[in-house]
Design a protein around this ligand. Sequence first.
Ligand code: MN
Length: 241
Amino acid sequence: MTQTVELRAALRDLVIANRILAREGVIDGFGHISIRHPGDPKRYFLSRSRSPELVTIDDLMEFALDNEPIDQRGRAMYAERPIHGSLYAARSDINSVCHNHAHSLIPFGVTGTKLRPIIHMAAMIGAEVPIWDIRDEFGDTNLLVTTREQGNSLARGVGAGRVALMRGHGATVGGRTVRETVFTAIYLQVNAGLLLQARNLGEVKGLSPGEIKLTADALSGALSQDRAWEYWSSRAGFSGV
Ligand code: MN
């Protein structure tokens, strides 16, 4: 495959995103992040089945939105690819998707206690994070999103927002850019941990709807996004990127 300069840079950022999410504890041995193909909206890139901390540029595979590989070459693939393909198909504004099992999110998915932003840096998660429960439509499963029907259901759960919690499993996060997705996934986890702490102390005062909108607008700008990306890239071993 002959790669354009733009595509090569996007794939490098996807490798860095994998390493950042591992370094920041959003993803452990499991979970994954993808990007939509910058030159073909009907395709996306995702690593072969591998722990994100170990992903290199040679591990990245190209998929169609039905989650079939363009050129598999015998490589093992993540079972939960439909999370990515379905969200890209449903949302033309989303160009990067992260699925993770971040531990601090699980209590909110299983109790129904509302996960909402209490710290300004988490405003991009939206006023209230929806919970998607695979059992509602599919009964007893192994909880993995492995079919297009399940992926489409999850995409409906995300709705018009950036995030959905997945009951007993984790979360899915989408963003307009890979940087925005990484930013949102990290602060989703941070906010959940802080909210768990705050609830032990008493009544929690979260951000108001107006504060959420104003703060999300500010944080989604290049100034904040690039500064955060440079910091997390450095911590993940990519200094001077
Ligand atoms: Mn999973």
